[in-house]
Design a protein around this ligand. Sequence first.
Ligand code: AMP
Length: 235
Amino acid sequence: MMRVKSSVLINLFVLQCLLILGSSLQDFDFFYFVQQWPPSYCDSRHSCCYPTTGKPNEDFTIHGLWPNYNDGKWPSNCDQQTSLHKSEISDLMSKMQKDWPTLACPSGDGMKFWGHEWGKHGTCTSLDQHSYFQAALQLKNNSNLLQVLGNAGIRPGNFYSVERIKQAIEEGVGHAPFIDCNVDASGNHQLFQVYLCVDTSSTKFIKCPVLPHGRCGSRIEFPSFSNVSESHDEF
Ligand code: AMP
């Protein structure tokens, strides 16, 4: 009788250990690493406000690093208890301001945007706050999109075929991107966001297992910041 009881207790203990271990392991198939082109964010229906830390450079910036499943679904808001703490990422702050600026109105320092990305997406990874933001900053450096496009003769202020943009990124990064467009004030389709797929270690670009939905026109604008201005409208 005693022996049966202790084996039940041992089994329960092992089960509990497995559950704890399981919940700390990642439960997704790959990441979308999404970068955006700030002039296209600003030159659109909702316009933008520059961050309190200053106007962003004319370069691609980070939107987010999003865990995803191979069936196209994704986990979100996996831990409502842990909000983003500035002290966890203080050494990354100047890079975050440059490479991951907020463009929402009213102007902010970025913490609200980064806190949203951490809460919605970061909490569904097995990364801690510092590793999550550092991984995204590193991926931006590694993809080097502006340089990759420049090498293929694709420069802000002109129109290009989506195919040419995709091909240039595939040649530079090693895998084809998904291109997300939006529409400018004159109705032109423009390059808004570039999705790259990354393995679960958050370091290696991979072929996308599944692509998001959405289509661009065949010829799209790659707008320059010099033709776009910020607005102070709230949205
Ligand atoms: P997500 O919830 O991660 O899918 O991202 C979508 C949200 O991020 C929307 O509310 C967007 O308005 C917001 N967003 C996208 N880019 C930026 C940006 N550069 N600055 C501030 N908010 C942004």
